[in-house]
Write a protein that binds this ligand. Structure first.
Ligand code: GDP
Ligand code: MN
Length: 368
């Protein structure tokens, strides 16, 4: 199991390895608020399991809340090595004088951990360059402070800086051993002007076969941040494997809409039930969530409102759908429906009175 950067940094922090102040953000608005709280310049980082984010444009420094929002929007649409970005880490920017590479990994053939380090860490370090690194085999009982000091010395770091580095190595090695990690990597480990170190990145791979001994990791939020958003918003949300996002109010209505989609030859991408009393913001949040799902090619919103305010919901659909390249189709019945239809039609969102018509349009809209 791989951890996301922010999960790895939480673990680093619990082992006494310093990390930048940060906050997780799920959308552009949250990212701007987080950056404002953390202060500028701030760093916005795609939370994906793949590496190479820096080169892919998934790590940027921003100077203003406006830049934070627009860069966050861009990165949320970015794929890193094919992997969609579902959340962002907003961090304080840390001034540093050097970037090191430091890792502890399991060497299966030797049945031990080995520590690797280099004074030239950062984005240029590739797997192939690891051969050129300093290596320290870890005995079964772990690394002694003396061994860590000695290793720092081999890297050319003595005195107080050397002790700082050996402290980081001791902690990283203990983390890897105790948590049964296959890899615990810090790249870059930044050396600050005051001679201390801070982990600017984390890469943690845990041994799946040992996870049963570590219930703490099963308490991690689901690896799917969209499910987190959905549960925070109080939506009932289930991912399916098609390409038509289905949103509605009421579990029965959403279920029957899924059936209609399947009957028309379409494949639903999700089940999303807004729940009762849905209003503008919830509708907007629901559609934004669906639009962020990888592989969604059209969105179908099916609302049957008795007491539900269709006008409010239409405004929410309009807010979320504007500017996106993915077509949204709606079926809407209920109080003030004519006014709601007007709002949708005037913003280019096809709206229908009958579910079957909306389903057909959404299926056509998803066709390549
Ligand atoms: P990766 O490319 O996926 O490994 O992403 P990293 O987290 O390593 O970030 C890429 C690069 O961005 C790092 O090598 C750093 O040079 C730089 N970087 C990341 N965080 C900070 C920061 O807080 N301050 C500064 N100045 N640079 C950062
Ligand atoms: Mn990195």
């Amino acid at each position: 199991m791989r951890l996301l950067e922010y999960e790895g940094k939480e673990l680093f922090s619990s082992y006494g390895i310093k990390v930048p102040r940060s906050r997780l953000a799920m959308d552009a608005r949250e990212a701007a608020a987080a950056a404002r709280e953390i202060g500028f310049p701030a760093v916005i980082k795609a939370q994906v399991l793949s590496g190479g984010r820096g080169k892919a444009g998934g790590v940027v420094v921003v100077q203003t809340p406006e830049a934070a929002a627009s860069e966050a929007g861009r990165i949320l649409n970015l794929r890193v090595a094919g992997e969609p970005t579902r959340s962002l880490l907003v961090e304080e920017s840390v001034d540093h004088v050097e970037e090191l590479y430091l890792s502890v990994s399991l060497q299966r053939e030797r049945r031990t951990f080995v520590a690797l380090a280099s004074r030239s860490g950062g984005m240029e370090v590739e797997a192939s360059a690891r051969g050129a690194m300093l290596e320290l085999p870890v005995p079964l009982e772990g690394l002694s402070p003396e061994a860590c000091r000695d290793f720092s010395g081999r890297l050319g770091l003595d005195g107080p800086v050397g002790s700082e580095l050996s402290g980081v190595l001791e902690r990283l090695e203990r983390l890897a051993r105790e948590k049964e990690a296959e890899l615990a990597e810090v790249n870059p480990l930044a050396l600050l002007r005051d001679g201390t170190f801070i982990a600017l990145d984390s890469k943690l791979v845990l041994d799946d076969n040992a996870l049963f001994r570590h219930p703490e990791f099963s308490r991690l939020p689901p690896e799917d941040p969209l499910e987190e958003v959905a549960s925070r918003s109080g939506f009932a949300f289930v991912r399916l494997d098609g390409d038509i996002g289905v949103v509605g109010n009421g579990a029965g209505l959403v279920m029957s809409t899924l059936d209609l989609v399947a009957d028309s030859g379409g494949r639903p991408a999700c089940f999303l039930d807004l729940g009762g009393g849905a209003q503008r913001e919830r509708m907007e949040a629901a559609i934004r969530l669906v639009l962020r799902m990888p592989g969604v090619r059209s969105v179908l919103v099916n609302i049957f409102g008795g007491i539900t305010e269709t006008v409010d919901m239409a405004e929410g659909i309009k807010d979320a759908a504007s500017g996106g390249g993915i077509p949204v189709f709606a079926r809407m019945r209920g109080q003030d429906e004519e006014e709601a239809w007007g709002i949708l039609e005037s913003s280019g969102i096809p709206v229908f009175a009958r579910s079957e018509q909306a389903v057909e349009a959404a299926v056509r809209g998803a066709a390549p």
